[in-house]
Design a protein around this ligand. Structure first.
Ligand code: ZN
Length: 150
């Protein structure tokens, strides 16, 4: 284990309920995602894809970069950051299911919007109307990505 991994585990453990790593890591969920610059709980600086994690048992929070979230906590988030970057380039881009679910779970889109988006994911061609609605929903999805303020 590298020194960074060690440090991240210490921070996560100190804010978790369980003293068993495999259990402790499952207590954490991603509360918010940001772009900006700060340092990861592992000590790495700077990180630009920033996640605010919250422990569902202790309610403690931790700032962790996306690659550490993927690697150590085991929550996949990189695909969501990628989707958001692609919406910025093309408002008509269709995001992955994971991103739709994350937006819905965090209250950025409602259940109708979530169902609509899921229904177009599989389609090869979209009507003009479907594209317009997709763009509108993308506008809400992109609002998940906040600017990180220290
Ligand atoms: Zn890290």
């Amino acid at each position: 284990m590298t020194r960074n991994e060690q440090k991240l585990r210490e921070v996560i453990f100190s804010k978790s309920d369980s003293k068993v790593w495999e259990e402790a890591r499952t207590e954490w969920i991603i509360k918010n995602i940001y772009d900006g610059e700060t340092s990861c709980s592992c000590g790495k600086i700077p990180i630009k894809k920033i996640c605010l994690l919250v422990n569902t048992v202790t309610k403690n929070e931790a700032i962790v970069g996306s690659s550490c979230v993927e690697k150590f906590i085991g929550l996949s988030i990189d695909i969501i950051f990628k989707d958001l970057a692609l919406i910025k380039e093309n408002t008509g881009y269709i995001v992955h299911l994971q991103t739709v679910n994350f937006a819905y779970d965090n209250g950025y889109i409602n259940s109708w919007e979530s169902d609509f988006y899921k229904s177009i994911l599989e389609l090869e061609f979209l009507s003009i109307r479907q594209k317009q609605t997709g763009r509108k929903i993308n506008g809400k999805i992109i609002s998940m990505l906040k600017r990180f303020e220290q």
